[in-house]
Design a protein around this ligand. Sequence first.
Ligand code: KIV
Length: 275
Amino acid sequence: MYTHLQERDAARPPVTVSTLANMKAERQKIACITAYDASFAALVDEAGADVVLVGDSLGMVIQGHNTTVPVTLEDVIYHCKAVSRGLYRPFLMADMPFMTYASPEQALNNAVRLMQEGGAKMVKLEGGASQVAIVEFLANHDIAVCAHLGLKPQSVHKAGGFRVQGRKDDAAEQMRRDAKALEQAGADVVLLECIPSALGAQITAELSVPVIGIGAGPETDGQILVLYDLLDITTGRKPKFSRNFMAGVDSPLQAIKNYVSAVRDQSYPAPEHCF
Ligand code: KIV
């Protein structure tokens, strides 16, 4: 276990925000995956992923809740600590849970805890125009931020379910404006979840910062999947955008490697994974 830690060397420099910006500029696709513990983090690192997210999806895939709403800051810090011990090269991003960034001061205090206690290098928060002030405040304190737009799972009870977002012209237009405003406020990465591919392509082309998609089509600068979905561990109905990378392989490591290759060579997402 953790033998990869002995292999740390300059041939695999850790990914930084600059690496991600260069990958966008050079049109190299960014492969991102969620992880929740040190053992899987080590596999994801070995498989060549660029970014690892300790997502509040842990509320569903680890804790068994129906939504991400019950997840607390302590939960994310706990899993972030474990994941950071298993990682060397990938950039570690952590979700700010529901209502942990309701004011700029609260967001700053909690982002600092995710970084200092959890080992996160970037925090991710859900929101559109209403989060611009929060993103600006964090960015002004030199905290790297990912802004999550489109389907926002923390808003599920207000939105009335998990649905594709931005299908109508006015909603699509609002999302484009929000993405631009969040970039101008200092977001270093934008994440788009469950939106039509054409809108994903448009926002990616309009932003200078890297755009990561999940169910946002093939044109985003990178892709992210929930680890348990790509390993086919998740039970019940699978999201349309997800693919079972365990099919035809005999190890989780090979499945994750195949996911990373498929993102890089753009064979994933295929048309059947898109809206
Ligand atoms: O919590 C999570 O895993 C996420 C991904 C679905 C992007 O936010």
